[in-house]
Design a binder for this molecule. Structure first.
Ligand SMILES: Cc1cc2nc3c(=O)[nH]c(=O)nc-3n(C[C@H](O)[C@H](O)[C@H](O)COP(=O)(O)O)c2cc1C
Length: 245
């Protein structure tokens, strides 16, 4: 084979390998026993580990022990932990599509986003939670926590947490059926989802706090929310720092 011919073969093999690598990246993340969970990342979509449906902490203990936590350890959050928190917020819990938190008319006006900075298995960025198929989709490619902190009256919990869960809502999904009264239903639903996150976080030794004090339009534009979605709550999440024990 001539030099030109062999270099063409090398080039073609190189391109084929690159395309295969870019197309489907299979990653294995060590949260728990080796090989426990394999996350398949295709482009911007990341499948989440299946949520646990049993646990060691009773509902009574979680209700009694839950507190707002505003300081976190520097440790990263594991993908399995984030998965569990998102499932508690809005995960699908019934084959019919019903979710973890109640919803007026089962219309599900809430949308969950996550501003990630230090989560094992996720590159920093903003992700949208997809309840079905229990996955997250990256919508912004940079760590926005510092900007989010500024839009939230410089509350340090927002800057220091490895991730911030954002509960947003599309009111129209509910007001379309219930009129003005739907507005209060949407706010109630945000409360249900947030309390689920609080209780689930407690069982995992994770701290969180519901933050309602922030600049709505600042947060919406930072997250690139569509015009029909309004941010209602920020919930920084992170392992509790020693100060909280
Ligand atoms: C609607 C609402 C808005 C809140 N906003 C904030 C906030 O902006 N920043 C904050 O640090 N805590 C916020 N909190 C948390 C409360 O301060 C906290 O729940 C209260 O101090 C009681 O403490 P506990 O949650 O540990 O029981 C908010 C709570 C609710 C229900």
């Amino acid at each position: 084979m001539t030099f030109a011919g062999s270099s063409r073969v090398v080039l073609i093999v190189g391109i084929a390998v690159s395309v295969a690598a870019a197309g489907v990246i299979i990653l294995s993340f060590p949260h728990g026993s080796p090989g426990q969970t394999r996350i398949i990342s295709q482009g911007r979509l990341v499948s989440l580990p299946a949520p646990e449906r049993t646990g060691m902490v009773s509902v009574e203990e979680a209700v009694a022990g839950r507190r707002s936590v505003r300081e976190y350890a520097a440790t990263p959050l594991e993908l399995s932990e984030l998965s569990q928190l998102l499932w508690a917020a809005q995960g699908v819990t019934d084959p019919s599509g019903l979710r973890a938190a109640p919803s007026a008319g089962a219309l599900y006006p809430l949308e969950i986003y996550i501003a990630c900075g230090n989560v094992n298995g996720l590159v920093p960025g903003v992700y949208q939670y997809l309840p079905e198929p229990h996955a997250v989709n990256r919508v912004i490619d940079r760590d926005v926590r510092e900007d989010l902190y500024r839009s939230a009256l410089e509350q340090s919990s927002v800057r220091n947490a490895p991730a911030v869960i954002i509960i947003a809502a599309d009111y129209q999904r509910t007001t379309g059926k219930y009129g003005e009264r739907g507005i209060r239903y949407v706010h109630m639903e945000a409360g249900h989802a947030a309390e689920n996150v609080y209780l689930q976080a407690y069982t995992l030794g994770i701290g969180t706090v519901t933050i309602g004090a922030f600049d709505d339009s600042g947060v919406a534009s930072l997250l690139g929310l569509p015009g029909n979605q309004t941010p209602l709550y920020l919930m920084p999440v992170g392992k509790k720092s020693m100060k909280n024990f």
